[in-house]
Design a binder for this molecule. Structure first.
Ligand SMILES: [Zn+2]
Ligand SMILES: [Zn+2]
Length: 266
């Protein structure tokens, strides 16, 4: 083991030792608190950018649809939906799941390589499952109308639209997340890292901003879709069904890389 590997291992072990001693980590309320906190924390920087870009044109340059504006009415609607979904569905289900499968408390933390492998495997699995779910819910008209239309309320994305979904869509996504964690047999610490990564990437894909350091610019060969890819889905409906990567859309002929039409709406 190299020096940097042993330092990373030590850091993860210290973090895991601290978490194991915290009562809140084992509480049935922890999953919903963690989910809501991570989601809103990922949204806050983009909400600040939405406010700033009303006055600062150099921030507006990074918006995918520079003419679109995020109003208080839109923000309030999405926030109400997020809290409603968390308290009415995620909270009772996560408490039931906690009773059924209490969080294991292994003594050892995972090593960095296994965390990275699990995170990548999770993202690839989730990408496949959501691509198929998403394609089906666009191809079958009644499935779209009843279960997915809610998520398409806005044709330009902003961070809080990430979880602006109906109950069925939210439960399906939660099911895929839980199933993949169980399939991969993730360490509880890996599960937390994985959830933060998953949430950050979902919010980034809905952020409505494209920066030089955005994930799709960092991943080579156009393998990753990112914010522009998903914004085009909200604008054009019948393209870019995969949440993260581009291979499924390429295979099914639904990949669209074109420039988003610049909106001039107010
Ligand atoms: Zn859709
Ligand atoms: Zn979306």
């Amino acid at each position: 083991m190299t020096d940097s590997q042993s330092t990373e291992r030590l850091l993860l072990q210290t973090l895991w030792d601290w978490l194991r001693c915290q009562h809140f980590h084992r509480s049935p309320f922890f999953p919903v608190f963690f989910s809501l906190t991570v989601h809103l924390s990922c949204c806050v920087p983009y909400i600040c950018l939405d406010l700033l870009c009303l006055r600062l044109s150099f921030i507006r340059r990074f918006k995918i649809q520079p003419g679109s504006k995020v109003t208080w009415k839109m923000t309030k609607r999405c926030l109400c939906k997020i809290f409603y979904n968390h308290f009415c569905f995620i909270f009772p289900l996560s408490v039931l799941y906690w009773y059924w499968r209490p969080v294991p408390q292994p003594l050892l933390a995972p090593d960095v390589l296994s965390v990275l492998k699990d995170v990548l495997a999770f993202l690839l699995l989730f990408d496949t499952q959501y691509f198929l779910w998403h394609l089906l819910h666009h191809k079958v008209s009644w499935l779209y109308q009843i279960f997915h239309k809610e998520h398409h309320l806005f044709t330009s994305t902003f961070s809080l639209t990430t979880e602006n979904t109906g109950a069925w869509e939210m439960l399906s996504l939660s099911f895929f997340t839980t199933l993949n964690v169980a399939l991969l047999g993730c360490h509880p610490l890996t599960e937390m890292v994985l959830y933060v990564t998953h949430m950050y990437l979902s919010v980034e894909a809905h952020s409505g901003y494209e920066f030089p350091w955005s994930p799709h610019r960092l991943v080579p060969f156009g393998l990753y879709g990112g914010a522009r890819h998903h914004d085009l889905h909200h604008l054009k409906f019948k393209v870019n069904y995969a949440p993260y990567f581009t291979h499924w859309d390429k295979l099914f002929g639904t990949l669209h890389r074109g420039k988003t039409q610049r909106k001039t709406e107010t």
